[in-house]
Design a protein. Sequence first.
Length: 308
Amino acid sequence: SPPLLGLLPGRFSLFPLFFLALLLGFASLLWLQLSCSGEGPVPGGERNRGVPRQPCPPQAPLPPAEDEPSWGPHRLALLVPFRERFEELLAFVPYMHRFLSKKRIRHSIFILNQVDHFRFNRASLINVGFLESGNDTDYIAMHDVDLLPLNEQLDYGFPEAGPFHVASPELHPLYHYKTYVGGILLLTKQHYEMCNGMSNRFWGWGREDDEFYRRIKGAGLQVRRPSGITTGYETFQHLHDPAWRKRDQKRIAAQKQEQFKVDREGGLNNVRYQIESRTALSVAGAPCTVLNILLDCDASETPWCTFG
């Protein structure tokens, strides 16, 4: 007999030991399922909204989409403006890869990582992501890294009829005004070009999506939004925790007057940047491309790109 059995009492039966190990294994799996992140509402309700959940073990990846005709002809470029939110990124990439794969949407995830020393510029990063996303994608999602869709009825399909605002005001956990188009917005590449992309003048957090709403209207496009979604403000999980991850909301000098103006000249046509590196990564089995982006700032045009 194995040496380990020699340490057990002579009348000891292996059945109780096997049963105990099975019971402990089941209890461990149950605890993990209840304590880690999932697809349901945020544990603790409203008081814990914005607190990141603990990551679950990754699910097995779905079969590749390229050889499946049922996935359709279109390919989505998921554009994710990013800077120093690595905990959110580790949750976002595998979650969105599986969410889109279950819906049979061909997709490429682009993490647009701003690595210069200027203030964060979400709009310019999206312009860069659009230009660098390649000819094999024909529509984009402007997608916040801290917003995860919980309802599988949400449509991420090709928005042929016009811009489709997935994170609509009646569903977004924080922003409820009717001209809001931030969070998650889908556009065909043709429609984004019709708007000349987004304005590059918005350094710091906020207002760039409000200006983009005016561009959409100026291009003669109509924003569409989800219908028949009954989950309300529980439709998304918001990972952002403002208590320890503060946003750069400061408005300095002339920026206070400029923030409500429409930029009628700038956009895709004049975004200034360099790609420092392009890296293909796999996060828990989910593929993505990280673009390390150096934006450039004309201090004579937008002196608020720094705090100096």
